[in-house]
Ligand binder design. Structure first.
Ligand code: GRG
Length: 336
């Protein structure tokens, strides 16, 4: 009897992992399928604009923002069908921003998601147009999302527009490009918030708006996303560092040389410590927002379990390729 209980406890845990992995896969597939149908269909081999839009959104990204949006909504017991469209709109904005970020006048990157960047594949003119077209498609998708009231849709549109604009993502990118290599830790954190945290923040905020969550829950969710965004930007900076292989990360490395990042300014050890502190903050805010609901927390735990910056910033073989895992430990505990 005792053996049976032990065996069934072990297999329950495995089943829980498998069920969660399936849930993540099915959200990713639903989002990708929906993006495919929301974008214009390719009209022959000369239709470079459509090809570029589809390549930028449907290439092998993690879909972190749509996953966070959908998981937070499920943790808030909301399953409105239109949520997938809201998630697709956020992913389109993200893809539009990556196209521009990679261009020669910005990061001048050659490789993204294991493939040549969009301007390398299609030309700079097409890349700019594809980015603008994706951005405008994102807003049209949001303004007609199924099963969401006109009032809520207009709130979503305003929220996303303010996130992208001159006080949001665009400002973050401007600061990243032009603020210079000598910045204080607070200035670096402010740039990282605008560049990365703000789009994670809008994803969880839009889930809260659709779920009609209380203001206090929405505030905690936003604080969670901003802390997770700081952690995620640090993870991204570690991936840019020496010893990382672009064959593993799928993108160029060394792009942060001469830039004000925490690693360049404060060193690897302090950057690693901050990453752990931000993850623990994220965990605290998530607990305040969602209590015992675990989907969002498990996803974030899995994302960071796949990458732990070693003291020399080189991921162990396969560290980035692992499956999503449910982390039983406190978020950030392993980062010191
Ligand atoms: C027109 C929407 C728009 C924006 C203009 C160019 C720009 C302003 C902003 C770029 C900001 C930027 C690229 C920040 C980096 C964020 C980041 C950490 C990207 C990597 O995200 P992942 O790892 O990528 O989620 P995948 O490929 O998995 O989707």
């Amino acid at each position: 009897m005792a053996t049976q209980t032990r065996l069934s406890t072990g297999s329950d845990e495995d089943q829980r992992h498998a069920r969660f992995d399936n849930e993540l896969d099915s959200i990713r597939s639903a989002v990708e399928e929906r993006i495919r149908s929301l974008l214009p269909a390719e009209n022959g081999s000369t239709d470079l604009l459509t090809q570029a839009m589809r390549a930028a959104t449907l290439s092998a990204g993690k879909r972190m923002r749509p996953l966070l949006l959908m998981l937070v909504a499920r943790d808030l017991d909301c399953s409105t069908p239109g949520l997938v469209d809201v998630a697709c709109a956020v992913e389109m904005v993200h893809a539009a921003s990556l196209i521009l970020d990679d261009m020669p006048c910005m990061d001048n990157a050659m490789l993204r998601r294991g493939k040549p960047t969009i301007h390398i594949q299609f030309g700079e003119d097409v890349a700019i147009l594809a980015s603008v077209a994706l951005l405008s498609r994102a807003f049209s998708v949001l303004s007609s999302a199924e099963g969401i009231s006109p009032f809520t849709r207009s709130r979503l549109v305003v929220t996303l527009a303010e996130t992208v604009g001159a006080q949001g993502l665009v400002k973050g990118q401007f600061l990243d490009l032009r603020a210079g290599a000598r910045q204080s830790p607070d200035e670096i954190a402010a740039t990282n918030e605008l560049k990365t945290g703000i789009l994670l923040g809008v994803a969880v905020e839009m889930a809260a708006v659709v779920a009609q969550a209380d203001d206090s829950v929405t505030r905690s969710l936003r604080a969670f996303a901003l802390a997770a965004g700081q952690a995620f930007q640090l993870r991204d900076d570690f991936l840019d560092g020496p010893g990382n292989d672009s064959a593993v990360t799928g993108k160029d490395t060394g792009k942060d040389q001469g830039k004000a990042t925490f690693i360049n300014t404060l060193g690897l050890e302090e950057a690693r410590r901050r990453l752990g502190a931000h993850l623990r903050d994220a965990d605290r805010h998530l607990l305040a927002a969602l209590g015992s609901k675990q989907r969002t927390r498990r996803y974030l735990g899995g994302l960071f379990a796949q990458y732990q910056p070693a003291r020399h910033a080189r991921p162990a073989p396969g560290q980035l390729a692992g499956r999503d895992q449910a982390s039983g430990t406190r978020l950030g505990a392993r980062f010191g």
